[in-house]
Design a protein around this ligand. Structure first.
Ligand code: VGL
Ligand code: ZN
Length: 205
């Protein structure tokens, strides 16, 4: 039987909030918005960026390289980031004010040392799945509503992969915040619009 829409709460972790390893401007502002939004959904899946120390996406793993430079890895271009969301650390923990006790699943991504994963569906090599598509298909989920951090990286890549997998997708604009690196936010919205991703405000739910 067709299941209710699933709210996907992307990477609302200390590491992407003020004081974290890769702070997204105003990142923590999404927390109260998402708490209210999540109360409207019976089905909620949370995600965590979950890197081992020395992860290939960290500038610190590439001598001579600086954060926010782009390099080429075996699977293609990779932006280098400050160390963030290292497995088991406070930086990787969900924001302490995020209250979604009824969430059913947590998907962790970016855990392979050599492959990044902005998307919660498919890793950055574009061929290694996380397993989330199978989870959602087995539950006969058709509609996904996305929110979290960061709009132009993990939210956008997840939304685009969700469309490619055949889901109906809505991104809740005021429940996201962006990194906005060299125009990445405008580009992300343009790509999402072209792929048929809907854009909504949290008050619509
Ligand atoms: C993210 C950059 C690196 C995100 C994760 O959650 O948007 N961005 N790792
Ligand atoms: Zn990351």
């Amino acid at each position: 039987m067709k299941s209710a829409p699933v709210l996907l709460v992307i990477d609302v972790q200390n590491g992407f909030c003020t004081g974290g390893g890769l702070p997204v401007p105003d990142g923590e502002a999404v927390v109260p918005v998402i708490n209210r939004l999540a109360a409207k959904f019976s089905q909620v899946v949370l995600t965590q960026d979950w890197h081992p120390p020395g992860h290939a996406s960290f500038a610190s793993a590439h001598p001579g390289r600086q954060p926010f430079e782009t390099i080429t890895l075996p699977y293609g271009p990779q932006v280098l980031w400050p160390d963030h969301c290292i497995q088991g650390t406070r930086d990787a923990a969900l924001h302490p004010d995020l209250h979604i006790a009824h969430a059913q699943a947590v998907i962790r991504k970016g855990w392979r040392a050599g492959i990044d994963s902005y998307s919660v569906f498919m890793e950055a090599d574009r061929s290694t799945p996380t397993g989330l598509t199978g989870y959602l298909r087995e539950l006969d989920v058709r509609e996904l509503v996305l929110c979290g951090l960061a709009t132009d990286f993990c939210v956008a890549w997840s939304a685009l992969d969700a469309r490619a997998a055949g889901f109906e997708v809505t991104v809740v604009e005021d429940a996201c915040r962006a990194i906005d690196l060299n125009g990445s936010l405008d580009q992300a919205w343009a790509q999402m619009r072209a792929a048929g991703v809907r854009r909504a405000m949290s008050t619509a739910f």
